[in-house]
Design a protein around this ligand. Structure first.
Ligand code: URP
Ligand code: ZN
Ligand code: ZN
Length: 467
């Protein structure tokens, strides 16, 4: 039997959601075994691998709680699968994802989750878990929800948008919330009034308004605020926690803030595209704007400030990506004739930490600790992965980044690893990048090279909601 591999990361500054401190980080096998004062160096066994982190930070690996890999959507399939998507994630400093498995209408949740396990197994190179998109709430699926929670799949996404496809009505939402309340599950809401939006879409198309920008103009901020308010009220009525996914705008944020101020267990995430891109990108001449079609849509630039404020005040607890990439050629162009046919989604699994470090920490909008909190600790806590993941602690999984705060690099698509033919941030240069990425104790990214074994990622069972 071979001895357990021992790694020392020395001379770095550790940053968690709560603390910043100088310590040697010792890894044995898959776990952190010591955070030690440097004066103790040499008193124990020698490491097999030593990384000098002088001038760098040592951070817990990122947790992206919102990805769509290999997902059939809008008449095509998101362009990253679990192999390419998780390698890109690792390059960008994310060591765990929670992807969305989908129940096909008319089929069981079990069939849906089995399909997603098959997509990920042998392909995912970092750890992963699943939320279950529930498109058909009925006695069978309500009973399956209970089984899933017991098995470690503890969160369920419901859609108020996409009538006829993913949409569920208020009664279905309410029933699912009651199960979540009773069994410790968490309901994640796509909160937009899809019924009203479909009317606006139909009217816009009838007027010949087919360019990409009409995707945003037919999904107004108020449709999101209404959905968010309804989700919060239904959750309050059911007495369960609720998590609003991909919150994009101030009016919806205001509803979350108001609910939290009243003591409701209400949570919300935003995504980098709402902080770093805007309606101006969507409204570019010609068909370029298709690259920025995602749902909820990009909003006027001035609204970004409200989201940054929400991150500061903790009315927004998480930034995840909603990574749902489609190539510009061959996928986005399905919607050349009308925005309704443009597959909804943007790439982002690799760029989340880059953008938030460069545009958040370096600009002084958020502290380093808050950066760790919104990208790792908070999603770990909310989704039942903490403290195994989301922090630097003895006994935690050694999912660790050695982070160079000044390393400058480009966000152009040919410099990155996502399987998509464009970057929403083409030409943008940023500072801050992981020089080493460890996943469960294994060095998987060394400099610009992925050196992990494809398929090494493990499915993560999650605990029930306990905040
Ligand atoms: O445009 C988006 N967000 N695509 C993915 C599906 C969703 O609603 O999260
Ligand atoms: Zn959604
Ligand atoms: Zn999504």
């Amino acid at each position: 039997m071979s001895a357990v591999k021992r790694t020392l990361i020395k001379n770095g500054t550790c940053v968690t959601a709560s603390d910043t401190f100088e310590a040697d980080v010792w890894i044995e096998g898959e776990r952190i075994v010591a955070l030690a004062h440097p004066s103790l160096r040499g008193t124990g066994p020698a490491p097999d691998l030593e990384i000098d982190a002088t001038g760098k930070y040592i951070l817990p690996g990122g947790i992206d709680a919102h990805t769509h890999l290999d997902m059939p959507f809008g008449g095509t399939t998101s362009s990253d699968d679990f192999e390419t998507g998780t390698i890109a994630a690792a390059h960008g400093g994310t060591t765990t994802i929670v992807d969305f498995a989908i129940q096909t209408k008319g089929k069981t949740l079990r069939e849906g989750i089995d399909t997603w396990h098959a997509k990920a197994e042998g392909k995912a190179s970092i750890d992963y878990s699943f939320h279950m998109i529930t498109t058909d709430v009925n006695p069978t699926t309500l009973s399956e929800m209970k089984d899933f929670i017991a098995e470690g799949i503890t969160s369920f996404k419901l859609f108020m948008a996409y009538p006829g496809v993913l949409y569920v009505d208020d009664g279905q939402i309410f029933r699912a919330m009651q199960v979540a309340r009773d069994k410790g599950g968490l309901i994640c809401m796509h909160a937009e009034n899809g019924i009203a939006i479909d009317v606006l879409v139909e009217q816009a198309i009838a007027r010949g308004e087919v360019a990409p920008k009409y995707h945003s103009l037919t999904r107004p901020e108020i449709a999101e605020a209404e959905g968010t308010n309804r989700a919060l009220m239904l959750a309050e009525m059911a007495g369960c926690p609720v998590y609003i996914v991909h919150l994009s705008a101030p009016r919806a944020l205001g509803r979350v803030t108001e609910a939290r101020d009243r003591g409701m267990p209400a949570y919300a995430e935003t995504c980098p595209q709402y902080l770093f891109a805007s309606f101006d990108d969507l409204a570019q001449e010609g068909f370029e704007g298709a690259k920025f079609v995602c749902t909820p849509p990009l909003r006027p630039r001035h609204m970004q400030e409200d989201l940054w404020r929400g991150l500061k005040t903790n009315d927004l607890q998480v930034v995840s990506t909603d990574h749902c990439p489609f190539c510009f050629k061959g996928q986005k162009d399905l919607g050349k004739e009308a925005f309704t046919k443009i597959p909804n989604g943007m790439p982002g699994i690799e760029t989340r930490l880059y953008l938030l470090w460069d545009g958040g920490v370096r600009t002084g909008r958020i502290s380093m600790n808050r950066f760790v909190e919104i990208t790792s600790a908070a999603p770990a806590k909310i989704y039942g992965l903490y403290p195994r993941k989301g922090t630097l602690a003895i006994g935690a999984d050694a999912d660790i980044l050695v982070w160079d705060p000044d390393l400058e690099h480009s966000l152009s698509h040919d410099q990155m690893h996502m399987r998509v033919d464009y970057s929403p941030y083409e030409g943008r240069r940023v500072k801050g990048k992981a020089t080493h990425v460890f996943s469960r104790g294994e060095l998987v990214v060394d400099g610009n090279k992925f050196i992990g074994k494809v398929g090494r990622g493990k499915f993560q069972k999650r605990s029930t909601f306990s905040l």
